[in-house]
Design a protein around this ligand. Structure first.
Ligand SMILES: [Zn+2]
Length: 114
């Protein structure tokens, strides 16, 4: 029964990693934004400013992607240990409807966050 979710999670993980690789690089355990296409020796202040903006934009996008990737990786590790699909709060099985929308869900509908 968990095979479909695992496939979905693996696909999402792949997608997130490729998106993150496009926006930044992995530095230690975390993703750091990089400004793209820049020439490091470029001295034009306008170029530097726009590169800084790009860096800021990339950072803003990376944070939620990285957060999501953590959830996906966590869910995949639960698949491996047989703990997948249990609510983090009450330990009851998470509703299949919820998992089909978000295979990385950590809580049942009763304990949904946000
Ligand atoms: Zn619950």
């Amino acid at each position: 029964m968990n095979t479909d979710y695992k496939t979905k999670l693996l696909e999402e993980q792949k997608m997130l990693v490729s998106e993150l690789s496009r926006l930044g690089k992995k530095d230690g355990g975390t993703w750091e934004a990089t400004a793209q296409g820049g020439n490091e020796t470029e001295a034009d202040p306008n170029t530097s400013a726009s590169r800084f903006e790009e860096f800021e934009e990339n950072s803003a996008v990376i944070v939620p992607l990285e957060e999501r990737l953590k959830q996906v990786v966590e869910a995949l590790s639960k698949v491996e240990t047989g703990k997948y699909g249990k609510c983090r709060v009450c330990n009851n099985p998470i509703e299949p409807e919820r998992l089909s929308v978000n295979p990385a869900a950590e809580t049942c509908m009763t304990h949904i966050e946000n």
